[in-house]
Design a binder for this molecule. Structure first.
Ligand code: NAD
Ligand code: DAU
Length: 357
């Protein structure tokens, strides 16, 4: 692992992964290919070590010629494919973009890798790896008391986002099976932490609370997610790249399973502690119309990763949430830039104001 192509490295998890990677291996070379959609920002790469061999390419994963050229010219041996449309609510408003980016984009990435790595035999097989980043949402939803998902469970995606990710997983697996491309896949649960775009539950709640705006809880707020601090996800990916086997998929999860309402209440407690004065942030909680087709519960069984590579989450939920709130409090400049350069305002209008009607 010397020359790594990260796709979607200007987004939340991709940028955290690049920071993590340079902290682990200062000598590595990273090319970040990102289209800078509403969700991507070069701000997220601020603070990389001065000596880091890092370069940014603004471009689309659907541009096969660009991807092939990068693989050849930068002598890429490892691809970590994060780039995707990632927000479930946006997929409900507009599924086509999700199929385009997540399904076709992944296909084009795999096809470029097949062409350059396998057909042109640029590098020996044992030197290359295509790592595809996916989600627990491909497995559908659990009832209370159901066991957590293992890697063997059947796919049953419910939202257009989950269906597009499921499709991309199948294509990635098929490239491994049919062409012998060394592919590995991780299916991970809900991440939270620094640099997450504030359309997702945790940063949305933190920023709304700081601005005294309502905290919109969908439905009864009793849906359960398996929260994982983003650095723990980065560590899991890193270990799999170093020691994981091609042809395998690994579940990654946090083992934390409180209901959404409890998460929101915990954030309010933390904010009441860090920003006292005035009314409690709990007063801002507001129940709103539920997400259509809302999955009730996710839980990941990550024992394979624990058994084979010794990975387990290092951050407990309370400390992870505290670190996350502190990061947003300490980075008002980042928040300001996101407000200036993204479509957040229009999105809030579409998803929340329209919802009220
Ligand atoms: P994000 O929305 O924060 O970032 C996505 C990045 O991809 C952005 O920088 C965007 O500009 C880029 N991108 C989008 N379309 C592109 C294209 N056509 N070409 C090049 N770049 C493009 O997403 P995230 O939350 O960081 O998620 C990253 C990956 O992890 C996704 O594949 C997602 O499905 C998966 N995942 C996310 C979570 C989570 O909780 N956020 C959990 C499990 C898996
Ligand atoms: O499970 C992994 C997935 O987690 C990733 O694959 C997705 O990319 C990521 O976006 C995330 O999907 P979710 O839909 O679970 O995350 P989100 O933050 O949008 O919502 C978390 C829960 O909170 C979900 O049950 C919906 C609820 N919610 C969300 C928002 C934005 C609310 O109650 N109110 C809100 O305003």
């Amino acid at each position: 692992m010397k020359n790594i192509l990260v796709t979607g490295g200007a987004g939340f998890i991709g940028s955290n992964f690049i920071h993590y990677l340079f902290a682990q291996e200062p000598g590595v070379q990273v090319v970040n290919l990102d289209a800078l959609t509403y969700a991507g920002s070069e701000e997220n790469l601020r603070g990389l070590p001065a000596a880091a061999a890092y370069s940014f390419v603004r471009g689309d994963i659907l541009d096969g010629n660009l991807v092939s050229a990068l693989l050849r010219e930068r002598k890429i041996d490892t691809i970590v494919h994060f780039a995707a449309e990632s927000h479930v609510d946006r997929s409900i408003h507009g599924p086509a973009q999700f199929v385009q980016t997540n399904v076709m984009g992944t296909l084009f990435m795999l096809e470029a890798a097949r062409q350059v790595w396998l057909n042109e035999k640029m590098l020996p097989l044992e030197a290359i790896r295509f790592h595809h980043i996916s989600t627990d949402e491909v497995f559908g939803t659990l009832a209370p008391g159901d066991p957590a998902w293992t890697e063997e469970i059947a796919y049953a995606p419910n939202s257009p986002y989950a269906a597009s990710k499921a499709s991309s997983d199948h294509i990635a697996r098929a490239y491994g099976h049919t062409y012998g491309l060394p592919v590995s896949i991780t299916n991970c649960s809900n991440n939270y932490g620094p640099r997450q775009f504030p359309e997702k539950l945790i940063p949305l709640m933190i920023l709304n609370a700081l601005e005294g705006k309502p905290l919109p809880v969908y439905g009864d707020g009793q849906q359960i997610r398996d929260w994982l601090y983003v650095e723990d996800h980065c560590e899991a990916i890193y270990r799999i790249l170093k020691e994981g086997r091609a042809g395998e998929t690994y579940n990654v999860g946090g083992g934390n399973q409180p209901a959404n309402l409890t998460i929101v209440r915990t954030l309010c407690d933390i904010l009441d502690e860090l920003q006292p004065g005035g009314e409690s942030h709990h007063q801002l909680i507001k129940f709103v119309a539920d997400r259509p087709g809302h999955d009730r519960r996710y839980a990941m069984d990550y024992s394979k990763l624990q058994r084979e590579l010794g990975w387990a989450p290092r951050h407990d939920l309370r400390n992870g949430l505290l670190a996350t709130v502190r990061w947003y409090l300490d980075n008002p400049g980042w928040v300001e830039k996101i407000h200036q350069h993204s479509d957040l305002q229009q999105w809030v209008q579409k998803n929340y104001t329209e919802r009220e009607k």
